[in-house]
Design a binder for this molecule. Structure first.
Ligand code: NI
Ligand code: MN
Length: 226
């Protein structure tokens, strides 16, 4: 599979047969290299309902007739907007034609703010374990540090982990280094930084300090083969 990073928490997974977008926050992020009007995908995976993660999901899913996999309450909210959804919840896994998805816990919030300012609560936030062709990618989602990251690391052979480092809304770099130790992935990629001034971080510095597995600060648009 091919993994690419597109700023904030946007990750694209390309397999032999499918394209999967995680948390496609595109038009709201000037640094993102994707175009919400043209990007192609078969599947969208969402960690939680915050606008910087749901992003352009409705438009992209409608145009591509894509399946949206999300925590139950968020999936229901998007289903009501005419999307094709598959609701899941924390601890549950499901085998799709594109691969296996398991949702993990995340300590954060989950609500979508509509254009008129109405706030819709969308249940619990999650992390995503995605297994395709024998490789497992862990998109940690937005979360603070929690000790069951160690359990998740013990229970899963994780090839690549996408870990938030921005601080303020999620783990900062110091806690993310502890998370990286516990997750014990082969490669650790920092995400959720520099999008807004309050989450500015030095991703290269973080990547250098990762001691369990290889830290790798991916540039926006950069890809790696697994
Ligand atoms: Ni969030
Ligand atoms: Mn966020």
């Amino acid at each position: 599979m091919k993994l690419s990073y597109h700023g904030h928490s946007v990750v694209r997974v390309e397999t032999n047969n499918h394209t999967i977008l995680i948390d496609p926050f595109i038009s709201g992020n000037e640094a993102c290299d994707l175009d919400a009007d043209t990007v192609k995908t078969d599947v969208i995976l969402l960690t939680h309902g915050h606008n910087d993660h749901v992003g352009d999901t409705v438009e992209i899913a409608k145009r591509n007739d894509a399946l949206v996999v999300a925590p139950n309450e968020l999936a229901n909210y998007l289903e009501a907007q005419g999307l094709n959804t598959h609701p899941m919840h924390i601890g549950g896994k499901h085998d799709f034609d594109f691969g296996r998805v398991k949702l993990t816990q995340a300590f954060h919030g989950s609500a979508f703010t509509e254009e008129d300012g109405t706030i819709v609560y969308t249940g619990m936030p999650a992390g995503i374990l995605l297994t395709v062709d024998g490789r497992t990618v862990y998109h940690v989602g937005d979360t603070g540090l929690f000790s069951d990251l160690r359990l998740i690391g013990e229970m899963n052979e994780i090839d690549v982990a996408f870990v938030p480092i921005g601080d303020n809304f999620t783990m900062g770099p110091e806690d993310a280094l502890i998370a990286a130790d516990w997750i014990d992935a082969k490669v650790v990629v920092p995400v959720h930084f520099n999008t807004f001034p309050v989450i500015e971080q030095d991703a290269e510095d973080f990547a250098k300090k990762v001691s369990t597995g290889q830290g790798r600060a991916m540039r926006i648009g950069e890809a790696m083969e697994l």
